[in-house]
Design a protein around this ligand. Structure first.
Ligand SMILES: CC(C)(COP(=O)(O)OP(=O)(O)OC[C@H]1O[C@@H](n2cnc3c(N)ncnc32)[C@H](O)[C@@H]1OP(=O)(O)O)[C@@H](O)C(=O)NCCC(=O)NCCS
Length: 158
């Protein structure tokens, strides 16, 4: 296994994070389900919409994004949001490059985010996954999360 190091997000990581996201999320994002069901929307494909989630994460809480690097290549990341009043930490996005999966990087990124939440004195953490995401359904309980709800998403063309 190549040596992997973890560090805080820097603004010049954004393009690499978006590339990693687009490569990683096929089959496990609501944005792709939307395209499969309704087709292209407003001239944009699911990759365009999914990449924008990272713009939102960066705008909301850049100091709560952690990246994993191997030989100066960005091979994983995790984003977070904080609701201090509620005591809540949320993990909106997490990805590891396909060739680096199954080596514990996803779990280490989650632990990193949880340590950050604890340092911020939050009291609980949440993460969501698609019903179709078998890895998420295995990994999150393995990291101590318990399932609290399932939700259905509906969409229609106008
Ligand atoms: C989710 C993701 C970040 C996990 O990264 P990772 O580095 O492979 O994570 P880890 O190696 O720490 O753990 C993966 C676990 O899933 C397990 N796993 C792998 N394939 C699986 C499958 N098809 N079904 C169930 N579990 C599976 C692995 O065995 C491992 O569990 P273990 O440690 O008990 O053996 C990565 O798969 C990814 O980027 N997926 C695409 C994007 C995504 O789904 N992001 C999360 C959205 S909610």
């Amino acid at each position: 296994m190549k040596r992997v190091t973890f560090r805080l997000y820097r603004p010049d990581d954004l393009d690499a994070i978006k590339r990693l996201t687009i490569g990683a999320f096929s089959g496990v994002t609501i944005e792709e389900n939307l395209e499969t069901t309704l087709g292209m929307l407003n001239g944009h494909d699911w990759r365009w919409r999914k990449a924008r989630h990272l713009d939102e994460d960066v705008a909301a809480n850049p100091s709560g994004i952690f990246v994993a690097e191997a030989q100066e290549q960005l091979v994983g990341y995790i984003t977070t949001r904080i609701d201090r009043e509620a005591g809540k930490g949320r993990i909106p996005n997490l990805a590891v490059a396909a060739e680096f999966r199954g080596q514990g990087l996803g779990r280490r990124l989650i632990e990193r985010a949880l340590d950050y939440f604890r340092a911020e004195r939050l009291v609980y953490a949440v993460i969501e996954t698609m019903a179709q995401n078998a890895i998420g359904h295995h990994l999150y309980p393995a990291c101590g999360f318990v399932e609290i709800a399932r939700q259905a998403h509906f969409a229609r063309k106008l």
